[in-house]
Design a protein around this ligand. Structure first.
Ligand SMILES: C=CC1=C(C)c2cc3[nH]c(cc4nc(cc5[nH]c(cc1n2)c(C)c5CCC(=O)O)C(CCC(=O)O)=C4C)c(C)c3C=C
Ligand SMILES: [Fe+2]
Ligand SMILES: [Fe+2]
Length: 348
């Protein structure tokens, strides 16, 4: 049998060898810097239309987010799925400017955070399925001579599929490279008072765009997840529900509902779907919807394409008169203060 070969798409992303020599040969910019590295963990996204296929290959070959058949077959099944899915997804990215803005937005969050925290900290980004990868980020930290790392997952609600996957990747790279850092993890912040305040501020700003807030239905739309994750003990749904409860406590009276978007496979995912919810609202005669994307802290395909374009057009066709989405947190000052508080607590 010929030796197992990585599909070409994956080779493009396996950018650095996992060898002890690679790590020991990295020159430190500053010998033993006293700084702490903030390592922002995010999903990533394609930075061009050509990068959609490799991005999807990386995602569909990650068994933390999706298990398709036995492990040794997954790269081949994934390639079939991605070959079929990529043209459709490329079109979505084309409609939002030809790429995901997630890298720039995450780097801006890192810079904002660094400014709030001062000179003792330096931020780095590790994307799970695109560049800069975890290897890129750890190599940059090593080059900067930094030994202490706070890994901050930018998913507020813990799931094995998202934060779990990024943390596993980090541990894998550390193990295989032999690199040593003093590591602290921040893996959830769904109930942090400043996160709730930042989100509530966006909801209030959104409500202010309607003539009368009493007529508005607040639709919290979280990223869906296969039901099997929840059955196996994933706390994601509990975290989402708690965020909704806490935000509504701040926002005050208001008719609201929770639904789930972006189902990506045929198994049973969390319900009701956002699409079905919008349809049901329209049938019930609602005219004003405020969409609140929940699982993401920055703009990307799920907000810019799925909510703004796809659901927006569907809502209009169904007779919804005002379909408004809350702004994503991106570099909201309150949100950056939340991240800074999380880091300060972890650093002490
Ligand atoms: C294959 C199964 C998937 C699971 C499970 C899943 C969970 C999940 N994802 C996010 C956040 C994001 N997902 C994004 C894109 C995206 N997600 C999947 C698949 C699963 N996600 C795919 C195939 C894609 C690519 C687009 C597509 O083909 O539809 C992104 C955006 C990337 C970007 O544009 O920058 C984010 C962010 C969460 C929070 C979550 C479960 C908790
Ligand atoms: Fe996703
Ligand atoms: Fe998605």
């Amino acid at each position: 049998m010929p030796p197992f070969q990585l599909p070409n798409e994956l080779k493009k992303f396996s950018c650095s060898p996992f060898s002890a020599t690679f790590w020991s040969n990295l020159p430190a910019e500053v010998a033993m810097s006293p700084k702490t590295a903030l390592l922002l963990l995010q999903m990533g996204g394609p930075d061009s239309l050509e990068a959609v296929h490799p991005f999807l290959m990386n995602l569909f070959t990650d068994r933390d987010i999706i298990k398709i058949g036995p492990a040794f077959l997954q790269p081949f099944i994934a390639r079939r799925i991605v070959n079929k899915r990529a043209p459709k997804v490329e079109e979505y990215y084309r409609q939002i400017g030809g790429k995901s803005p997630i890298r720039e937005l995450t780097e801006a969050q890192g810079e904002g955070l660094q400014q709030l925290l001062g000179e003792d900290f330096r931020s780095f980004v590790a994307m799970r399925y695109s560049r800069p990868t975890t290897i890129d980020a750890l190599a940059a930290i090593k080059r900067a001579g930094i030994e202490r790392v706070i890994a901050l997952s930018l998913y507020p609600h813990y799931s094995k599929a998202t934060t779990g996957s990024s943390v596993n990747e980090l541990k894998r790279v550390l193990k295989e490279s032999g690199a040593k850092f003093e590591l602290t993890y921040i893996d959830r912040f769904y109930n942090h008072p400043l996160y709730i305040k930042a989100l509530s501020e966006k909801v209030m700003q959104g409500l202010a765009k309607f003539p009368d807030r009493k007529d508005v239905e607040i639709v919290f739309s979280a990223h869906s997840l296969p039901q099997s994750f929840i059955e196996e003990g994933d706390p994601y749904l509990d975290h989402i529900q708690e965020t909704v409860r806490l935000v509504m406590e701040q926002v005050g009276e208001g008719s609201h509902t929770l639904c789930f978007q972006s189902k990506a496979s045929r198994v049973k995912w969390l319900e009701p779907s956002t699409e079905a919810t919008i349809e049901q609202m329209a049938k019930a005669g609602k005219k004003n919807l405020l969409m609140v994307p929940l699982s993401f802290v920055s703009d990307h395909i799920e907000t810019l394409y799925e909510i703004d374009i796809q659901y927006g057009e569907e809502a209009k066709a169904l007779g919804i008169e005002r379909f408004i989405r809350t702004e994503s947190l991106n570099s909201s000052p309150l949100f950056l203060q939340c991240l800074a508080d999380l880091v300060k607590t972890a650093a002490t």
